[in-house]
Design a protein around this ligand. Structure first.
Ligand code: IVH
Length: 672
């Protein structure tokens, strides 16, 4: 058997094992055996870059290459559903259908309404070739790279099954409760903001520019709508069963109802039973089963007439409001939190509810001691939705008024026009702000000082051992021994990991410094662009906004930060402590501006480097790799077997096509 044959064999086997594990929940080999096969495939692919396949099981791990999402038009608009909240409206829907079909018999396919975000997947010849978010329904983002990392989505359909050559299948990308809980636990550890619910987490994840992040987050997908010119039959339900046999994850809880009573039975059953599902659902979707009948019923501008969503009532409980406390984040934002008598809600005991901001308190018209209605919809953090009517007529306590002054330091709060939050402006000496900044500084994606946790830095701060993050670098073993509960071994460990953080690359130091709005990606972009902290500190707002991906909010925040003497002094002390304040030699050397401002499309199969390597080369030279050809494309880096439609489009737009030898030649000659 040749290597190429073995590659193909391994890919097929691994696709099947993936399906067994992630769709059928019944693996036939151990994780270890799976890893071994995967590694064998990785090695062979490495030795044979010409056999690159974006749908290979090895591609599910994602890559950190910045993927810019292309906007694509949906071939068929992605409509939404009209919502109902009660049985009456379900009955009216049923009667409208019956009337619309002039009394002909019909069936309703009853489905769970998954609470994630919808996705449109396109397959050609059994292979996934494009995945697009709903966007505004007319156009969405091409998120194919990210979608490939979702293990339950088949990259290659099951061999020997009869799928159409070309079709679209839509469904919901979601984050199962288990992944969601794990993610929020991890985020809590490093004090990153928590996701409010699995839907937000799924949507934030799918929009990530780094598909490796997506690969790690444990997303899943259920498919619920098959479209195309030659899909198997007239029954929606039957088509979904066929899709399941091709390898898609289709819910097992679909049911065909022959009458309204059966529809209600389905609703009643799932209203409580949904709590035992591994994923979040927020209702039931009812669809006329026959595609022909669907067609004859048609659509309104926004939604089909043949389907409707019945939304579950969010669960509520009634309890007494006892107090309102305030939490202060590292940016100084003040969040009011209601403290209530404990009450059981959707399986957990609830004592606190977020009140978001001053406007929310005011619109609820809260008084101390009120009976309040607490709700936990898809949200993980409960919220107060209203004061119970009986409290309104009773004698009430004092109205809740949002604080005027910072509860920690007493400074009058400010409110930035256009923002809902109040801020404590005292970032120089308000303790929660300072502690929050130090906690951010040591966190994993920043300086990654692992032996220190948020509690430890808070303790050091409260003891007066440190006043800001720069003080960490002057701590001594004696100080830690005398003034904290550490023993010699743990003190040494702490100092060791502080010492190691001196090697953390500049881009993460820049993120750690905590300039408002400068997140990880902006920090990386700024670090690579300016190369040195001094260059960034003396940059103008115009020169910053010229950089791709950096807007005015970030630019102004950077300017403001470096204009303040106390920040200049802080940065100076970090410099003196020996932190990396410029990009490494290697990074600097690897870069050039040869492709600055150019958009390059990569297409076909290559001899000298893999596609991923070419992507990296393009980015190292300041260019951007984009997914599809448009008038803005600078040139196409074409390997063998470039797709005919791409070729045609390139020719039509008059875009230069460069083969890989020409491309490499160009880089070498211009570098020399
Ligand atoms: S069918 C034209 N089925 O709910 C039919 N949608 O409000 C389009 N959803 O955008 C959708 N579970 O994101 C359908 N079983 C299901 C669903 C479902 C969840 C979502 C989907 C859609 C939204 C409609």
């Amino acid at each position: 058997m040749t290597d190429i044959d073995r590659i193909i064999q391994l890919r097929n086997e691994l696709h099947q094992h993936n399906h067994n594990y992630y769709v059928l929940n019944s693996p036939t080999i151990s994780d270890q055996e799976f890893d071994q096969l995967l590694r064998e495939l990785q090695d062979l692919e490495h030795a044979h870059p010409e056999a690159f396949d974006p749908n290979s099981p090895t591609q599910r791990v994602g890559s950190d290459l910045n993927n810019e999402f292309q906007t694509v038009l949906h071939r068929r608009p992605m409509l939404s559903l009209s919502n109902t909240y009660n049985r009456q409206e379900v009955q009216e829907f049923y009667e409208r259908i019956s009337e619309g079909l002039q009394g002909a018999p019909f069936q309703i396919c009853c489905e769970l309404k998954f609470d994630g975000l919808s996705i449109s997947l396109h397959y050609r010849e059994g292979k996934l070739y494009q995945a697009v978010t709903r966007g505004d329904g007319v156009q969405g983002d091409d998120v194919t790279q990210n979608i490939r990392t979702i293990q339950s989505i088949p990259l290659q359909l099951a061999q020997g099954t009869e799928y159409p050559d070309e079709f679209e299948i839509r469904g919901e990308v979601l984050m199962p409760w288990a992944s969601f809980d794990r993610l929020n636990e991890q985020r809590a550890l490093v004090e990153e903001p928590l996701f409010a619910n699995p839907r937000n987490a799924a949507s934030g994840t799918l929009k990530s520019k780094d598909s490796r992040v997506v690969a790690q987050r444990g997303l899943d997908a259920y498919l619920y709508y098959l479209l195309g010119d030659d899909i198997p039959g007239d029954g929606h339900f039957q088509n979904l069963q066929a899709a399941r046999s091709w390898g898609f994850k289709v819910s097992e809880h679909l049911k065909l109802a022959d009458n309204l009573q059966e529809v209600f039975n389905f609703i009643d059953y799932w209203d409580t039973e949904r709590r035992n599902l591994p994923v979040a659902t927020d209702g039931i979707v009812l669809k006329v089963n026959s595609l022909q009948q669907q067609k004859s019923l048609g659509m309104t501008a926004k939604s089909p007439r043949w389907a409707i969503a019945y939304k579950f009532q969010a669960e509520q409980a009634c309890t007494t409001l006892r107090d309102v406390i305030y939490q202060i984040g590292r940016t100084g934002a003040v969040t009011p939190v209601a403290i209530m008598d404990p009450v059981q809600l959707a399986g957990t005991t609830v004592r606190r509810a977020t009140l978001h901001n001053a406007d929310v308190i005011q619109s609820l018209d809260l008084h101390m001691g009120d009976q309040v209605l607490v709700e936990k919809g898809g949200e993980i953090i409960p919220k107060i939705v209203a004061v119970a009517p009986e409290s309104l007529s009773a004698e009430r306590g004092l109205p809740v008024r949002f604080v005027d002054n910072c509860p920690a330091c007493g400074t009058p709060l400010i409110r930035i026009p256009g923002e809902a939050a109040h801020y404590c402006p005292n970032d120089a000496s308000c303790s929660p702000l300072i502690m929050g900044r130090i906690e951010h500084f040591i966190s994993r994606k920043a300086m990654n000082i692992q032996s220190l946790g948020p509690e430890t830095v808070d303790e050091y701060f409260n003891q007066g051992l440190i006043h800001d993050a720069a003080d960490l670098y002057t701590l001594t073993e004696e100080q830690l021994l005398n003034e904290t509960a550490s023993n010699r071994k743990s003190a040494q460990k702490i100092l060791q990991s502080i010492q190691e953080s001196r090697n953390v690359p500049f881009e993460r130091v820049l993120y750690a410094i905590g300039i408002r709005f400068v997140g990880e990606i902006a920090a990386r972009t700024l670090a690579r662009h300016f190369g040195h902290i001094d260059a960034l500190a003396s940059a103008t707002a115009e020169s910053i906004t010229e950089i791709n991906g950096i807007g005015t909010v970030i630019a102004q925040s950077v300017i403001r930060f470096f204009s303040e003497p106390k920040n200049q002094a802080f940065v100076q002390r970090l410099k003196e402590a020996g932190l990396q304040m410029k990009i490494s030699e290697e990074q600097a050397n690897a870069q050039s501006n040869l492709l600055q401002g150019q958009s390059v499309v990569i297409s076909g199969v290559f001899k000298h480097h893999s596609r991923d390597e070419y992507k990296a080369i393009i980015e190292q030279h300041g260019g951007r790799n984009v997914g599809s050809i448009s008038a803005k494309t600078s040139f196409i880096l074409a390997g063998e077997n470039m797709g005919p439609s791409k070729l045609e489009k390139a020719n039509k737009l008059g875009i230069r096509i460069m083969n890989e030898d020409e491309f490499l030649e160009m880089l070498v000659s211009q570098e020399g």
